[in-house]
Design a protein around this ligand. Structure first.
Ligand code: ADP
Length: 547
C-alpha cells in the first residue's frame, strides 16, 4: 500500500519564500571593498533573488542552463545562490583565486551562458576572456560603486526593470541547482552538480542539534568563500533557519574576521584550519584587542592540529571539526560527543575532537580494504574491522553525495559497483562509528612497505611552540621508496633546529616515522582555498638528494 502523504518537492523556492516571509527582518551584512558595511534583510534577499530569476527568464534562460558568478562573499552573491536555481538555472560560482587558464577551462567545462561579475573583478574577467572563456551575456554587479562599461549589462538595472510577480517555473527536486568544481588539491578540478533536493537536505542537516545546531538565534559568518565547495551549505542553512548572515567580501585577514565577530556578535563561523591558525596568532599577538562571547567554529577542509583546538578553546572559540568533500556537498560528519564520553580525561576528549566524528544523519560511511590484505593482487574489497586502527579507503553514500562527475570521461573507478563513492581518503573507524582520517591516499608517505601519516606528523609539529606551519611530504628515496620531509615555517622571532624538531616528534612517533629532513621556508604554498598545496611542495623537492 502506498502512503497517503503529499508529494512535496524539496526545492529552493520553498527555502527562499520561507526566509523572505518568516524571517523578513533577519539581516544579511556585507563588508564592501573599502571596508564599509552594508546591511540588508531577508526581505531584500527574497525580493532581489526573485527579481533576478525574473530577469534571467526574460534574458532567455532555459531549464538547466549554467550561470557562472565571479564574486566575493556578499549579499548579492547570496541572492544569486537562490535567484539562479529558482529560475531553473544552475549557479556555478567561479573560484576567482585560480589561475586564469584554469578558470577558463572550468568556465568552458561548465559552458555557462551568463556570467555575473563584481565590478572590482573586471580585470580577472578580462584575463579569463583572454584565456579563452566566453559568455553570451556578462552582467556587472556594482559592488565597488564602479561604472558599467559598454557591452555589459547592469545588475541593478536588470532588477529595477522587474516587478515582484515572478512565478517560479515547475521544478523537479532532482533538477540541477548548483555546479561546483573540486578545488584540485591533488589533481585536476572535476565538476559536481548538486540538486535542489540535495541542497535542501544538506542545509537542513546543518540545523540538527547533534550536527551544527544552526538556528534562528545564530549569527553566521562563513569565512570560507561562497565560491568554495558549496560554501559549506551556509547559504542554505542560513535561509532555512533565518539566521543573521555576515559576509566578509574580500577581507579574510584575521583582523577583519575578529572585528566582524565582535561587531556583529557572530556565534557560528566556518573556515579551514589555516584561517583559524591565523586567528589564533592574531589573538596571541593582541590579547586584549577583541572581546567576544564564545562562538562555535566549524573547521574542515583538512584536520586542525589538537594544539590549535586547545588554544582556541581558551579564547572562547570552540572548534567543531568536520570532514567533507566537494563531492559530499560537503558536510558529511559532525563532532558529536556521546554522554558516556563526558567522563573521559581532558586529553582523551581532545584526541576525540581531533577525529572527524560521526556520519551525519542520512549519510553512511564505511572503510574498505582488500579482503586479503596479505595478497598484493587481491582485488576484492571487504569492510575493515571497526577497531579504531585498521586503515582503509573511506567510502560514502547518501542523498547529498555525488553519483557522478559532470562530463568526465574516466570516473567509473570512483564509484563502487554497489553505488558507494570512493573518497580517496584513508581512514579508520572505531566500534562506535567515529572516523579518523589518516591521510589522503596520495599524501601518505609509503616508506619500506609501511604507511606514514603526513597529517599526524604535521599536526604534531604545529604543536611545537616555535612552529607556525608545517607540511610533510613523501620524497622518493632509493632504498625506502619514500621518506618524509617536513617543510616548516617558524613563528616570528622563534628559533628551532632540525634536531629540536626531531626530538620533539620522537616523544610520540616511532623512529622510522620521523622525517629524515626538515627544511625551513617563509611560507607553505597554499591552494586557492588556503589548504597546504603538497603538489607544489613535491615539485619543489622533486630533486631532493638524501645524501
Ligand atoms: P580538494 O580535494 O581539491 O582539496 P575539496 O575541497 O573537496 O577538494 O577537499 C576534500 C578533501 O579535503 C577530502 O577528501 C580530505 O582529504 C580533505 N579533508 C576535508 N576535511 C577534512 C578533515 N576534517 N580532516 C582531514 N582532511 C579533510
Amino acid at each position: 500500500m502506498r502512503g497517503t502523504m503529499m508529494e512535496f518537492p524539496l526545492t529552493l523556492p520553498h527555502l527562499l519564500d520561507r526566509a523572505g516571509f518568516l524571517f523578513a527582518r533577519s539581516e544579511i551584512v556585507s563588508r564592501c571593498p573599502r571596508r564599509t558595511t552594508t546591511r540588508t534583510t531577508y526581505a531584500d534577499f527574497h525580493r532581489c533573488a526573485r527579481r533576478f530569476a525574473s530577469a534571467l527568464t526574460r534574458l532567455g534562460l532555459q531549464p538547466g542552463d549554467r550561470v557562472s558568478t565571479m564574486m566575493w562573499s556578499h549579499a548579492t552573491h547570496m541572492h544569486l545562490f537562490f535567484g539562479i536555481p529558482c529560475a531553473g538555472g544552475i549557479i556555478n560560482p567561479l573560484n576567482l583565486r585560480l589561475h586564469p587558464q584554469e578558470l577558463a577551462a572550468i568556465a568552458n567545462h561548465a559552458s555557462s551562458r551568463f556570467l555575473i561579475v563584481d565590478d572590482a573583478l573586471l580585470p580577472v574577467y578580462e584575463s579569463l576572456r583572454n584565456a579563452g572563456a566566453s559568455f553570451e551575456k556578462v552582467i556587472i554587479n556594482r559592488y565597488a560603486g564602479g561604472e558599467v562599461p559598454p557591452g555589459f549589462l547592469d545588475y541593478d538595472e536588470l532588477l529595477a526593470a522587474e516587478d515582484d510577480n515572478f512565478v517560479y517555473p515547475k521544478l523537479d527536486e532532482n533538477d540541477g541547482a548548483a555546479m561546483f568544481f573540486t578545488s584540485g588539491t591533488t589533481g585536476c578540478s572535476k565538476a559536481v552538480v548538486y540538486t535542489h533536493r540535495s541542497l535542501v537536505l544538506h542545509g537542513l542537516s546543518l540545523a540538527m542539534a547533534d550536527c551544527f545546531a544552526l538556528s534562528h538565534n545564530d549569527v553566521v559568518l562563513p569565512i570560507v568563500p561562497l565560491f568554495h565547495a558549496n560554501a559549506w551549505g551556509m547559504p542554505h542553512g542560513a535561509a532555512i533557519t533565518g539566521a543573521k548572515f555576515v559576509l566578509l567580501g574580500p577581507n579574510v585577514d584575521p583582523e577583519s574576521i575578529l572585528d566582524a565577530i565582535v561587531e556583529h556578535g557572530v556565534t557560528f563561523a566556518a573556515g579551514v584550519p589555516t584561517i583559524w591558525l591565523n586567528v589564533l596568532c592574531a589573538l596571541e599577538k593582541y590579547p586584549d584587542r577583541w572581546k567576544f562571547a564564545p562562538l562555535r567554529a566549524l573547521c574542515g577542509g583538512s584536520a586542525p592540529p589538537l594544539d590549535l583546538i586547545r588554544a582556541l578553546d581558551k579564547r572562547g572559540i570552540h572548534i567543531m571539526h568536520a570532514w567533507g568533500m566537494t563531492e559530499t556537498s560537503p558536510l558529511a560528519t559532525a563532532p558529536l560527543i556521546k554522554p558516556h564520553m563526558r567522563d573521559y580525561s581532558e586529553d582523551a576528549l581532545y584526541e576525540f575532537r581531533g577525529k572527524q566524528g560521526l556520519a551525519v544523519p542520512l549519510v553512511e560511511l564505511r572503510v574498505m580494504r582488500p579482503e586479503n590484505p596479505e595478497d598484493e593482487n587481491c582485488e576484492k574489497a571487504a569492510e575493515a574491522p571497526r577497531d579504531g586502527k585498521t586503515p582503509g579507503e573511506l567510502e560514502i553514500r547518501g542523498p547529498w553525495i555525488a553519483s557522478s562527475y559532470y562530463n568526465c570521461p574516466d570516473q567509473s573507478h570512483r564509484w563502487s559497483s554497489d553505488g558507494w563513492f570512493r573518497t580517496g581518503d584513508v581512514a579508520h573507524m572505531d566500534e562506535e562509528g567515529y572516523i579518523k582520517i589518516v591521510d589522503r591516499e596520495k599524501d601518505l608517505v609509503k616508506s619500506g612497505g609501511e604507511w606514514i601519516s603526513s597529517v599526524d606528523l604535521e599536526n604534531s609539529l604545529m604543536g611545537h611552540p616555535a612552529v607556525k606551519e608545517a607540511a610533510v611530504i613523501g620524497v622518493p628515496h632509493p632504498k625506502w621508496q619514500e621518506r618524509p620531509l617536513a617543510a616548516v615555517v617558524l613563528k616570528e622571532g622563534a628559533a628551532a633546529t632540525p634536531e629540536d624538531l626531531r626530538a620533539y616528534l620522537a616523544k610520540t612517533f616511532a623512529k622510522w616515522q620521523l622525517p629524515d629532513a626538515f627544511v625551513f621556508l617563509t611560507e607553505i604554498p597554499r591552494t586557492s582555498v588556503g589548504k597546504f598545496k603538497k603538489t607544489a611542495l613535491r615539485q619543489q623537492f622533486a630533486n631532493w638528494s638524501w645524501e
